[in-house]
Design a binder for this molecule. Structure first.
Ligand code: IPE
Ligand code: IPE
Ligand code: MG
Ligand code: MG
Ligand code: MG
Length: 297
């Protein structure tokens, strides 16, 4: 087996494990209120690349983390992510009808159900994360980390800047700040949560992980902006060309396609450099940086 097969096999195994874990951690569809539970499951299961869980597991592998702890942390981040997508697609935000190749939650169900499904997914994330069988101070640190990354200082803050910036030309610095918050924060949290599930990182290791997560987090949204202009809807599973149609400030609209691609490549290299202190042990994190930048959807 060569190393690419090894990585691909590992990705598959995490994706399969996550599907099972998420299914178990979500409220069952046949328990009341059924429609809400069904919408939560519809938004979360059977779709998505599971990049955040992959980061949790890859970082955890560096610190000999317990697999059950990792599954809870990864499921929690993925639930926050799924909630962010449900709300991001609603008519009051990006008004999208297609997500992960299926009708968006408000289209499949209705707006009120989509709003509540997002709300309940957020709560469910913290229910799952706080159920960690860990030392209480460790669990509390994880809860705080995920809350910071999701809230006004993280994803929600970034989404607010995104909505306030429609039709406005942002400086590169403002755009970077928006991307770091709306997308980078949750990716960074994924890496840090994975590490917290294992042996405590040293200060040097924590700084290295932080630099890695920062580069990968920003790269992820730069590539999302690129794919919006270069890929088609059936590959993406969401409507292509939507950013320009909505007059959103993106890396492509500000830097152009070529420079955006060069930036993504630079960030990929920064992510690799950051991992130097871990040597070969960081194989999965290194491959994930490549996956984030070279993905086609
Ligand atoms: C899309 O995230 C939204 C952004 C934060 C850019 P993903 O590209 O990770 O979406 P899924 O989970 O694979 O559907
Ligand atoms: C959304 O960014 C980031 C979130 C916090 C959900 P986008 O609006 O660019 O994500 P897509 O392109 O709809 O997936
Ligand atoms: Mg959006
Ligand atoms: Mg969107
Ligand atoms: Mg996008």
């Amino acid at each position: 087996m060569n190393s690419t097969q090894n990585f691909d096999g590992w990705v598959k195994s995490v994706q399969v494990a996550m599907e099972d874990a998420l299914s178990a951690f979500l409220p069952q569809a046949d328990i009341a209120p059924e429609r809400l539970h069904q919408a939560m499951r519809y938004a979360t299961l059977d779709g998505g690349k599971r990049v955040r869980p992959l980061l949790v597991f890859a970082a955890g592998a560096l610190f000999d983390a317990n697999v059950l702890a990792l599954a809870r942390a990864a499921a929690a981040v993925e639930m926050i992510h799924a909630y962010s997508l449900v709300h991001d697609d609603m008519p009051c935000m990006d008004d999208d009808v297609l997500r992960r190749g299926k009708p968006t939650v408000h289209v499949q169900y209705d707006e009120a159900t989509a709003l509540l499904a997002g709300d309940a997914l957020q709560s469910q994330a913290f229910i799952v994360l706080s159920g960690q069988d860990n030392a209480p101070d460790r669990t509390l640190a994880m809860v705080r980390l995920l809350a910071d990354a999701s809230g006004a200082a993280g994803m929600c803050g970034g989404q607010a800047i995104d909505l306030a910036s429609v039709g406005i030309s942002l400086s590169l610095q403002q755009l970077e700040q928006m991307h770091r918050l709306k997308t980078g924060a949750l990716l960074r949290a994924s890496v840090m949560l994975g590490a917290l599930c294992g042996k405590f990182p040293s200060e040097t290791e924590e700084a290295a992980l932080d630099a890695y997560a920062d580069a990968v987090g920003l790269a992820f949204q730069v590539v999302d902006d690129i794919l919006d202009t270069t890929a088609d809807s059936s590959t993406l599973g969401k409507t292509a060309g939507k950013d320009a149609a909505d007059n959103k400030p993106t890396y492509v609209s500000i830097l152009g396609l070529e420079q955006s691609m060069a930036l993504a490549e630079q960030l990929r290299q920064n992510a690799h450099s950051a991992l130097a202190p871990f040597g070969d042990r960081a194989y999965f994190l290194r491959e994930l940086a490549d996956l984030v930048v070279r993905r086609e959807k």
